[in-house]
Design a binder for this molecule. Structure first.
Ligand SMILES: [Zn+2]
Length: 155
């Protein structure tokens, strides 16, 4: 196929990344692996309740790709829930949605998008000047986390 992997934009990484059914010894538990982008799809659609178009836009993917990620995520969760499997959340093709800032003294840093919505930064974390500006938009090439593809998924 030779398709370039696309990075899906993720606004939040779950704090808890492992769920296991009660009463089953760990050794005999089967696991499903939910990627971080799949978890994000569930979060946007089912927790935030956004329309698919908005979800796709937030993750920077096409609508059909979003639908595919969501379907896969729901199937995995259903499989885990109904078949008593553990869920591990990790890996996948994603980049954090971050905003980049620069202060008057040339320091640059990034702030996760969701944190920025809650509380936009007011001071440079290095020199504490309040003379800061937002660099728009997300600068390509700066990605953090989750670049390894675990498992057999090949988009
Ligand atoms: Zn500074």
């Amino acid at each position: 196929m030779g398709r370039q992997p696309r990075w899906r934009r993720v606004g939040s990484i779950p704090q808890v990344t492992y769920f296991k059914p009660a009463g089953i010894p760990l050794a005999s538990i089967q696991e499903v692996c939910l990627s971080v982008d799949e978890a994000e799809a569930i979060r946007l659609k089912d927790i935030e309740g956004l329309e698919q178009d908005d979800c796709a836009q937030r993750m920077s993917v096409s609508r059909s790709t979003f639908a595919r990620i969501l379907l896969s995520a729901r199937q995995k969760m259903a499989d885990a829930l109904l078949n008593g499997k553990a869920i591990r959340i990790e890996g996948g093709n994603y980049e954090m949605a971050v905003r980049h800032f620069r202060c008057g003294n040339g320091h640059e840093w990034e702030v996760p998008f969701e944190k920025m919505i809650e509380q936009p930064p007011e001071l440079c974390p290095t020199c504490h000047t309040s003379e800061i500006m937002s660099l728009w938009p997300w600068r390509p090439g700066l990605r953090s986390g989750g670049r390894r593809l675990r498992g057999r998924r090949n988009w």
